[in-house]
Ligand binder design. Structure first.
Ligand code: GLC
Length: 432
């Protein structure tokens, strides 16, 4: 991604005095002495957002088993909303807190966290252990690279996709217009013909970026300049609103994040849904889903220019103030290496960032996405959000202005003009 030029800058310290909610470790055995050695294992605290699949706990358990008596990872669950999670980390790291040694970071955070001095650069560990970053996908590697250093290891890649009920929808819609037509035909047959994420939060930016890009618009241009003001952006946002304001989605869709939309879908209430790859594993999970075996996957519909998926995903980083960086690295290396990513792919439906896993039959037979060349190729065409240390500021502006448009508080031209002016001002301020 070529937005490097955007910004040398301030650190956004949006400190919210929230309390850290820890669900605690599933395994409290860390205080017991190992039978092999009388030494206490080094205890590492690992934080990440809620995982609705069993994968994350499995990765931690496997690492603890392999490192018994030496290192023990305690897992703390953070809020699912990436913005809320972000603010909790910022609060802790800004105070040089050591509450977490290792944490999963959204692809939009590394530049900010590196600039703010919250994260440990991993280049020495990577070199010492002979890890070849070329074994990983380029987009996720770009997201952890800032000012020539590597600030995290890519754990999984996300890209927006369309999932639909193959017992209700004959052929995946090719365009957003087709989707609207097909969704209309589902009225009366299902509670919610279409599900998406339209709450004012980070996921709204992802959904909006997909509409904007599908119609040829760009949030930033190839030189990293804000270029959101265009007729293409307008067309994209108008299409988005024609869906959000319709009766094809739940009437309270502007309160929906991933959790609300995937829950409605696995309860059998949705016809089509825009979501990330984990949706597949969740829909196939007999313990939670009423739609096992009834779901198919397709690229998001095309706008007037193309089909566009937002690039998402999570990297794992080490707190710069961790008292146990070497042990923290051992865990990062395991979780983001082949064994850890394989568990995330098989049990969690998360798309690996390690290219070799797309040739691993245990991975490809479990999930049709990972065996699909179009999906894998499509990942490299996913649209990144701006890589910038002031990303949270840019995102907040988009969230507010787009939300005000979708909820009828302002028209599309005002929303675009406000985004343009405010985002440009934020970039200028940051470079002073
Ligand atoms: C997913 C994506 C992440 C994105 C978030 C928005 O977790 O991986 O990149 O920011 O959704 O809700």
């Amino acid at each position: 991604m070529k937005t490097k030029k955007i910004l040398a800058l301030i650190v956004t310290t949006m400190i919210m005095a929230t309390t850290i909610v820890g669900c605690g470790s599933k395994d409290s055995s860390s205080s017991t002495t190992s039978t092999e050695t009388s030494k206490e294992p080094v205890k590492i605290v690992y934080a990440r957002g809620k995982d609705v699949t069993p994968a994350n706990v499995k990765v931690v358990e496997k690492f603890n088993e392999l490192n018994k008596g030496k290192i023990h990872v305690d897992f703390i669950e953070m809020p699912s909303d990436t913005g809320k999670q972000h603010d909790q980390y910022v609060t802790v790291f800004n105070a040089k807190g050591t509450d977490y040694d290792v944490f999963d970071a959204d692809v939009i955070w590394p530049a900010e966290f590196a600039q703010a001095g919250y994260a440990l650069p991993l280049d020495n560990y990577i070199a010492k252990d002979g890890i070849n970053l070329k074994d990983y996908m380029e987009g996720p590697i770009n997201s952890v690279t800032f000012k020539g250093k590597t600030w995290g290891m890519p754990k999984f890649i996300d890209a927006g996709l369309l999932f639909y009920r193959k017992d209700l929808v004959q052929t995946a819609p090719a365009t957003w217009e087709d989707l609207i037509t097909q969704a209309k035909a589902l009225k009366g047959k299902i509670d919610f013909p279409y599900l998406m994420q339209a709450k004012q939060y980070e996921g709204l930016v992802c959904n909006a970026v997909e509409f904007i890009s599908a119609y040829g618009g760009k949030v930033v241009d190839g030189d990293g300049n804000i270029s959101i003001s265009s007729p293409e952006t307008k067309k994209g946002l108008e299409t988005m609103k024609s869906i959000v304001a319709s009766d094809l989605v739940p009437s309270n869709i502007t309160t929906f994040m991933e959790t609300e939309s995937h829950t409605a879908f696995i309860e059998g209430k949705g016809g089509l849904i825009r979501n990330w790859p984990y949706q597949w594993a969740l829909a196939q999970d007999e313990a939670q889903s009423k739609v096992v075996g009834k779901v198919a996957i397709a690229p998001l519909p095309k706008g007037s220019v193309r089909s566009a998926a937002c690039l998402g995903g999570w990297n794992t980083m080490i707190n710069k103030y961790s008292k146990h960086p070497d042990e923290a690295w051992q865990f990062v290396k395991f979780m983001t290496g082949a064994e850890g990513q394989k568990i995330s792919a098989i049990d969690g439906g998360s798309a690996p960032t390690l290219l070799s896993l797309y040739k691993d039959s245990a991975v490809t037979t479990k999930n049709p996405l990972f065996a699909d060349k179009n999906f894998v190729d499509g990942l490299s065409a996913a649209v990144p959000r701006p890589v910038s240390p002031i990303y949270p500021k840019l995102s907040d502006i988009m969230q507010i202005e787009i939300s005000n448009y979708l909820t009828g508080k302002q028209d599309v031209d005002v929303a675009i003009k406000n985004m343009d002016t405010k985002m440009k001002a934020a970039v200028t301020d940051a470079s002073k």
